[in-house]
Design a protein around this ligand. Sequence first.
Ligand SMILES: N[C@H](CCC[C@H](N)C(=O)O)C(=O)O
Length: 283
Amino acid sequence: MKIKFSKMQGAGNDFVVIDSTKEQFSLSPENIRFLADRHFGVGADQVLVIEKTELPDVDFKYRIFNHDGGEVEQCGNGARCFARYVHNKGLTDKKKIKVETVKEIIEPELLDDGSVRVMMNTPSFRPSDLPFNPKGLPEREINGEKQWAVSFQGKLWWFSISSIGNPHVTIQVENLDETPIKELGSFIENHPAFPARVNVGFLQIQDPHHGKFAVWERGAGQTLACGTGNCAAAATAIKNEAMESPVALENLGGTLTLEWEGEGMNIYLRGPAEMVFDSEIEI
Ligand SMILES: N[C@H](CCC[C@H](N)C(=O)O)C(=O)O
C-alpha cells in the first residue's frame, strides 16, 4: 500500500502525518514502527493519523501513535502540527479547530504570528487518572502537594504526578546538564508503579516565568520537546507556587509557552508547528 504523508515538527518533536479522512487506513503497530524508524523508515517520534469524526460540532478526529507503535491519549506538539496540516492542505479554512482525541476534545488555534495555541483541557493530579499505584514508595507533602520518590543510582529522586490526558511525572532539578535524563527517565517510564508506563519530565526553574525542560517520553525516549510534558511541568510548578503563569520553558528543540490560571481551569500550550516535506512511502 502506497501512503502519502507529511513530515512535520513542533519545537523539534517530529511527526509523520497521514490524512485518513478520504481513504481509511488501518495501520498496525508494525506499520507505525516502520514509519517512525529513523533508519529503515521515515523517522519520527510519533505518527499522527487524521480521521473523520462522528461527533457533532467537532471538526476532526486525530489519533496519536508513539515511535514504539503504541496508541496514546494526547500529544501537545502533535496538536499544533495537526492544525497546521489541516489548514495548509485545505481540509478546513477554520483557524480555531475542534479535534476529537482518544479521551477528550482539544482546540488548537492558528495565530497570526505563525504560532499555534492549543487548549489542552484541565490537568489532573489524581493518581488514578495516570494510572499510578504509589504503594511502598517514599512519600512527602510540600505546600499541600503529595510527592513520591524512587531510589536510583544511590539517590532519592522526588517527583510529582499529573495527567494531561496522558500520564506524566515531573522532577524539579537544580541543573539539567547534571541529570541522568536517559537512564532515570527509562527507569521511571518502566517502573511497576505505572501500569501504563509514564512520560518523565525534568524541570529546571530559572525564575517564576522561565525555566528549562528536558523529557524522556513514554514510547519514544528522549525527544527535543514534549508538549504535554511542558503542560504537566508548568501546571505542577504553578500549583506549587514555584512558578507563575505565563511560563516559558526552553526545550532542546525550542521554547513553548504555557498559560494556566489554576486548578480546575484549562491549560493552554503555545509554540511552533512547521511542515518539513511531503512524500509517499510503500508499506
Ligand atoms: N509520548 C507521549 C505521547 C506524545 C506526547 C508528546 N510528543 C507531546 O508533544 O505531548 C505518551 O506516550 O503519552
